[in-house]
Write a protein that binds this ligand. Sequence first.
Ligand SMILES: [Fe+2]
Length: 471
Amino acid sequence: MSDQAVETSERLGSGPWDAQETEYDYRVEEIGGTMPEALRGVLYRIGPGRLQVGGQRLGHIFDGDGMVSRFEIGPDGVGFRNRYVRTRHFAKASPSWIGRGIGTQRPGGFLANAFRMPSNVSNTNVVSHAGGLFSLWEGGRPYRLDPESLETVGRENFDGTLKLLGAFSAHPKIDPVTGEMFNFGIEVFPRPMLRTYRRDRHGKMTSLATVPVPRPVFCHDFALTDKNLVFLVDPLVFARPVSALLGLDSIDHCLDFRRQQGTRVALVPRDGGKARIVDTEAMFHFHATNAYEDGDDVVVEVVAHDPEQAWSPWNEAVRDYENNVSAAFGGRIERIRISGNRVTRERLADIDCEFPQLDHRYEGRAHPVTYAAASSIPGGDPDSLISVGHGDGAQEMFTVASGHTVCEPVFAADPERDGGGWLLSVEHVADQARSRLLVLDSEHLADGPIATAELTHHIPMGFHGTFVPAR
Ligand SMILES: [Fe+2]
């Protein structure tokens, strides 16, 4: 950690990305407001639990060991537990050994990094499907976790369906009607491609189509309609593979945004047929909210970032994670319409945001509202949760106290309300070096939390999460 970051930490109590090395297990004593009776289940969240190993600062938020937080909301209150995923990297990492990451080089120069793949730190998303809980990292295999204890069961290859590196993206989509889970992984050998998968509601996984891409690319997310898997493959390419391979530079520094190559839209039929490809102007995005069929058109919603600031400026800002929390949150919600070979774009809100979410009962259909973590002032830290209605365009925003931050709002459906429920997010109470669970009514966001669960410590901001309703 830089001297400046240490000063910031001391002044504020804790920073949003400060490590949490302790694994806790307790019932939360301090509950604010009233937890809705119909809200019963478990919120899982994951992110890098530590961005320092043995006193050494890691180079990128992508590289910290995955730590899962589990908030169980039940009739007796809220239980909290957090556990690191017992990856090979976690088991081995020590003051004298750290693995290579996406933006972290091992000490010892290029010889210490040559021919080393980035470590699977399993830190990006956590998904529940067919009774199993999995932590995900897009460059390698998932880890199966015990949904109650969070104990790591082991690496998962889904009965051998995942081969070699076993790349399995951190953003699988689950059809709320069929219970099928769809996902993809990026493969490089024998040629660059996206390989798509379907896992049925009983947990049997099969490979679907592959989508060839001109070069190895970084593609983080996709969306699902009732007919297609929808990919927007931006021109963020692995431009200097030899430097990366020989350990001369970090992986992230070997990526380049090639705006002139444009973005490739690929529509992969869910029944496994051949992909339809449409090329369009370059976009720079990480996350898709949702997609749906609209007559003969396909509509996909994303959070788009400025292609003028693509990758290198964005990446360098994110690398300065102690001092630049806002860097990852500067996107805008856009609706992309694919009509035949034509692609049109429409901005839906002029608010800096990221980590878009929806009521997952609408996954694959036109969703009524988008939710996201946002900044109340342009370029500011993520201090707000927003909703953007697509019927009347109504927007609501809730902003936490100055200096505090929030993360992705996970939607928990209210079975009694079509399109209604609760948003679950974690607020970092920086000045007190602790965090708290926020519960907001999704239809009355501006009113602020209707309930909170106050942790006795902080947990790092993290990336993604999922809510599993009680049976
Ligand atoms: Fe993501």
